[in-house]
Design a protein around this ligand. Sequence first.
Ligand SMILES: Cc1cc2nc3c(=O)[nH]c(=O)nc-3n(C[C@H](O)[C@H](O)[C@H](O)COP(=O)(O)OP(=O)(O)OC[C@H]3O[C@@H](n4cnc5c(N)ncnc54)[C@H](O)[C@@H]3O)c2cc1C
Length: 423
Amino acid sequence: MSTHLPAIDPDDVVGWVTQHLDDLACDEVAASPAFRGGQAAADAALADLDVRGYASRRNDVLPGDRRGATRLSPWIRHGLLTLPRVWHAVADAPARDRTKFRNELSWQEYTRHLYAQVGRSLRAPLRFEPGRATGDWDRAPWPDEMACVAASIGELERDGWMVNQARMWMASQYVVRGHGDWWEGEQHFFRHLLDGSRFANGLGWQWTTGMATGRTYGFSRSQVMKRAPELCADCELAHDCPIEEWPDLDRASRRESRPATIGGERTPGWTAGPDQVLRRRPPDVVWLTAESLGDDDPALAAHPDLPVVFVFDAPLLARLRLSGKRLVFLAECLADLASRRDLVVHVGAPAEVLAEHDPAVTFTPVPGWRALSRRLQPAVIHPWPWLRRPDGGSVQSFSAWDRRHDDPEPPRQPRLDLGGGLD
Ligand SMILES: Cc1cc2nc3c(=O)[nH]c(=O)nc-3n(C[C@H](O)[C@H](O)[C@H](O)COP(=O)(O)OP(=O)(O)OC[C@H]3O[C@@H](n4cnc5c(N)ncnc54)[C@H](O)[C@@H]3O)c2cc1C
C-alpha cells in the first residue's frame, strides 16, 4: 500500500522523517552535522570549490584543515551536481590539481559504467577472491580500541562521510587483516555514507581488497603516522599496535566465474541508454528518483510545468535499512525542490504509485530503475547526462577504459535540444 505524504516542513525535516520514515531507518533519525541536502546547498558547495593543493593533500586525513578532499560527493552521488558541471567548474585550476581532480571524477564515471554493465554481479568478487593477511587476528574486524578505527567509523556514523584514505584503511582492515566478510563491511558503509552508492562503494571495496585487480591494499600503522599522526599519539594501543607491521598478504586467487559482461556489453546501447529523448505518450508528471534529484535532471528541466512525483520505495528501504542521516539528506533535497516545483511525495511501492501516471523520467543506469521502467513503460525517457557516454567496451580495467574514453572535453550542455516538448 502506498501513502501520499504531507508536505515536508523545511524547518523540521528531521521531525518529518521521524514521523513518516522512522521504521525504515537503522538508527535514530538525525541530520548529518556536516552536510545538507538540496540544490541550494550543492550550488553553494560548488561555488566555494577551490582545488588548489588538491593533488598533494587529497589523501590527508587529520588534522581536518589539512584535508584536500572537496567533500562534493553527497551531491554528486544524488545528481545535484552532475559530473559534467563539476568537470567544467575546475577549468581554471592549476594544471596538476585539475588533472588529479578530474581523474577522480573519471573514477566516479567509471564505477557507473561498470555497474551499468555488470549490474548486481558487483555483489560477488569481480575477478579475484579478497586478499587476506596471513596469521591470526584475535580482535573484532574494526576494533574500537584502535584510535584510527574509532575516529574513521565514528565520522562515518556521525557525519555520513569519510575521506577516501580512511575508506581504504577501513575496508582493508575489515577484510584483509580482520578477516571480516567484505559484503557486511560494504553494507555498513552503504547504510551510513551520504554518497553511498552500489557502484562506487562496491568497487571501492573490491578494488581495495584486491577483488577487482588481484592487487590488495595493505593497511598498517605507517600510513596513519603519515596521514593522521594525532591518532597514534592518543591511541590506547600506541605501545601495542596490532597493525605495527606491514601485513603479509596471501596471493590473490583468481575466480573461475566472473561477470560475462565485464569484457563488453551484450546489446549495443544497453549500458548507455538512449542518446536522444524517447517519446511514447504525453507525460503528466516528472518522476524523480534518488539517483538524480537536482535541477539539472534532464526530465525535470525539460518539463518545467509538470508536477513532480517522488516515491520513498518502502520495500527497498526496508531491505536496505539506511541510516536516518541518509533519509534526512534525501528529504532535505525534496524540501528544497518543493520551494520551486509542485512536488508530491509518497512512501510505498513506486510501481503502484506510478501506474496511475504517465511519467517523464531520466534514464538511470542501475538495475532497479531498468526493471521498473520495463514494467512501467514511461511516457518519455530522457538520456542520462554522462560525462563520457559508455561505448559498450570492456570495463575490466580503469586505465584501459580511461584511455578509450580520453575525450578532450565532455559536453558542456549534457541535455539535448528537445525541440517542441509534448507538455
Ligand atoms: C571502500 C571505499 C568505498 C567508497 N564508497 C564510495 C561511495 O559509496 N560513493 C562514492 O561516491 N565514492 C565512494 N568511494 C570513493 C571515494 O572515497 C569518495 O568518492 C570520496 O572520498 C568522496 O569525497 P570527496 O567528494 O571529497 O572526493 P574528492 O577527492 O574531492 O573527489 C571528487 C569527486 O570524485 C569522485 N571520486 C573521488 N574518488 C573516487 C573513487 N575512488 N571512486 C569513485 N569516485 C570517486 C567523487 O564523486 C568525489 O566527490 C569509496 C572508496 C572506497 C575506497
